[in-house]
Design a protein around this ligand. Sequence first.
Ligand code: HEM
Length: 437
Amino acid sequence: MGCHAHQKLASIATSLDAKRLMAISLGTTRLIISSHPDTAKEILSGSSFSYRPIKESARLLMFERAIGFAPSGNYWRHLRRIAANHMFSPRRISCLESIRQHVANEMIEGVCREMNEKGFVEVKEILQKGSLHNVLVSVFGCDLGLIQGGELGLMVKEGYEIISEFNWADYFPLGFLDFRGVKRRCHKLATKVKDLVGRSIDERRRNGVYETQNDFLSLLLSLPKEEQISDEDMVAVLWEMVFRGTDTVAILLEWIMARMVLHQDIQAKARSEIDVVTGRNGPVRDSDIAKLPYLQSIVKEVLRLHPPGPLLSWARLATHDTHVDKHFIQAGTTAMVNMWSITHDPSIWTDPWAFRPERFIEEEVSIMGSDLRLAPFGSGRRVCPGKALGLVTVHLWLARLLQQFKWVQSVQPVDLSECLKLSLEMKKPLICHALSQ
Ligand code: HEM
C-alpha cells in the first residue's frame, strides 16, 4: 500500500460499502478495519481489544516491556500508573513549562539564524531538534551527559526507520530468515540503546541526588521499593518515552505551520487573538492558552485533516472471540481504526476537505477520546497517555512561533502531499520564510 495506506483503505471501504467494518487478510494475519465512529468505539473501548499485536521489530527494540506493547495485565497497569503520576500529571506538566519556554527560545533563535544565513527556514529540522531536546530534558534531566551529542536522537531516527519498514516476518512464518536484515538491525540498535540508557541510569544512581530532581529517570529511581521496576524495564520505558514523544509533536507542528503559511487570513486572526491576550507584553505562557480558543481550534482542525496517526498507529488485538457490529470476530484478529477516513467523511463532517478552524468554535468537539468522530489520540484504556503533554507543548510552541514571526511562502510552494511512515509526515518538508514581527 506504500505511503498512502490510510487513503487506499478509506477508498476501498467506501467503494465496498464497508465503512462500518471491513475484513482483509495480510498473509496469515486476519485484519478488521473500522472507518466509522460506532464500530471504532466498540473496538477501542471494548475490553476484547486491549492488547496490541506486536511487530517483530517492536519486540526486538524492547517495546514489549514498555507501555505501548505490554499486554494489558498488571505490569502494563503498573507502568501506566507510574507514567500518569510522574510523567503526565498536571502538576508535572506545569513544572516542565520552563523547559518548553527555553526550547521555544532556542527554536526562535534557530529560525532567525536560518533566515539570516539561508534566506529561508527548513521548519522540520528545527522542530525535530526542539522536540527531541524537550523530551530528553524532561525524561533524563538537565545534565544530559551521555545522552547529549545527539547519540540518542540518531538511535530514535534509526528506530523509526526500522519499525516503519514492511517486514514479511510479521505476516508469514519465516523462521530464521531475515529478508532486509530487520532482525540484525534491531539487535544492533537495541544493544546500543541498552548500553547508553543503562549507563545513564548507573550514573544517576552513582550521583545519588535524584530525590531532589524532577526528571522522569530520577522519579523512577526514587519510587518506593514495592513500586520499583528492574533496570532492564526502566531502559525500555525511558526509551519509549523519547521514541514516542519526539516525532508526534514535531510532525503535528510542521503540518500546522504549513497550514498557517497557506491560510494567511487564519494566521493573522490567530496572531491578533494572541496579541489581545498577551497585550504584546512578553512571550505567551501556558496559562494564556485557555484564553486562545481560536488557536486551539486551529490545532483541532489540523488534527482532523492531518492526524499524525491516521490508522491510530498501533493496532489492537482480539484476545478472545467477540462481536463487532454483530459480526463474529475470532480471537487473534487484528483490529484497526482508520481515523483519517472518519475525519474526511462527508457524512460526518460538513465540507471535510476545507481547512476551517471555525467549525470548532461553532461546535465543541472533544479530541481526547470521548467523541470518535475525532479521536487522534485513540480512545479507551489504551488511549495515548501523553495527549495532555503533547497538546500543551504544541499550543505553546505554535503561539510563540506566531507571536514572533509572520510565516509566508518561499519560492518553494507548500505541498500538502502525505506520506505514512510511522506517523503521517509531509512528503515534501515545509520550507518557508519567517518575517520578524
Ligand atoms: C501530538 C501528539 C501525539 C499523538 C497524536 C499521539 C497519538 C497516539 C495514538 C493514536 C496512540 C494509540 C492509542 C490507542 O490505541 O487508542 C498513542 C499511544 C501512546 N502514546 Fe501517544 N500521541 C502523541 C503524543 C505522545 C507523547 C508526547 C507521548 C509520551 C511522551 C506519547 C506516548 C504514548 C504511549 C506510551 C502510548 C501507548 C499507550 C498504551 O498502549 O497503553 N504520545 N498515541
